[in-house]
Design a protein around this ligand. Structure first.
Ligand SMILES: Nc1ncnc2c1ncn2[C@@H]1O[C@H](COP(=O)(O)OP(=O)(O)OP(=O)(O)O)[C@@H](O)[C@H]1O
Length: 232
């Protein structure tokens, strides 16, 4: 569904992505695992059109995304759950959810009701402001806001960051449900436990390159790979 090939991206003078390639399919979770500073956010920002690729292609169902603006990429059906839980703090939960809502081309589109079914806490707090929510609730709100755009691909940048383990488990459950409902989830993480729990396929990003790929089970059975590239 989404195929990244030979992607090269600079941040200023830093040569960060050095020929990244991966594929992610619908109704599955593809995870890019990597330690701090390995280029995960740079990859996310390149896919979303927030940073220009110097070279390479990002193909979504036959449409080239590289070189397109963030707005055009969003219109093609790629939604972002950004790092750092950026909710609109002065808006209510419901306003956050409806702000960028789009019907998309889905036969079974996401609606407020479906999001509230997935996140009963948000339903109870629909009149509260974003700033009144806990960190975990804010993360659910940002995920809900992204799915309300009815994307084909949901890109998540370290959704577990700064959350208590019990909330990280909840994030994993939600990713599982989104995948079961047909979404293509591209998860960028450094949380090894979350990645192996939810991923159908894992890529390890190190020094701006994909250095390993395989299934969760294969990674569990490869202590040398984990130790060398992830430090776990
Ligand atoms: N504004 C910048 N100018 C130059 N280099 C940068 C800039 N921002 C980040 N970098 C460098 O680019 C590399 C990749 O950063 P990136 O944020 O993509 O990594 P990451 O894997 O997402 O790390 P983290 O988990 O800390 O967010 C790092 O080595 C970093 O030092």
């Amino acid at each position: 569904m989404i195929t990244v090939q030979n992607l090269h991206t600079y941040r200023g003078l830093s040569y960060v992505l050095q020929g990244v390639g991966l594929t992610a399919e619908g109704a599955s979770c593809t995870t890019i695992l990597g330690r701090n500073g390995m280029g995960k956010t740079t990859l996310v920002e390149t896919v979303m059109g927030l940073l220009p690729a110097r070279e390479g292609s990002i193909d979504l169902d036959g449409n080239e995304l590289a070189g397109k603006s963030p707005y055009q990429i969003a219109r093609q059906g790629v939604a972002l759950v950004p790092q750092g839980r950026r909710v609109f703090s002065s808006l209510t939960v419901e306003e956050n959810l409806t702000l960028g809502a789009r019907r998309g081309g889905s036969a079974n589109p996401w609606t407020l009701e479906r999001v509230y079914d997935l996140f009963p806490n948000l339903s109870r707090r629909r009149r509260n402001r974003g700033s009144d929510l806990s960190g975990g609730e804010q993360q659910m709100l940002v995920i809900g806001r992204a799915v309300m755009t009815n994307p084909r691909v949901l890109v998540m940048d370290e959704p577990s960051e700064g959350l208590a383990p019990v909330i990280v488990d909840l994030v994993g459950t939600v990713i599982d449900q989104l995948r079961q409902q047909g979404l293509c989830v591209l998860l960028v993480e450094q949380n090894y436990g979350l990645a192996v729990d939810v991923a159908d396929k894992i890529y390890i990003l190190s020094g701006g390159q994909i250095v390993w790929d395989g299934t969760s089970r294969e990674l569990e059975q490869s202590p040398d790979v984990r130790h060398e590239h992830l430090g776990v």
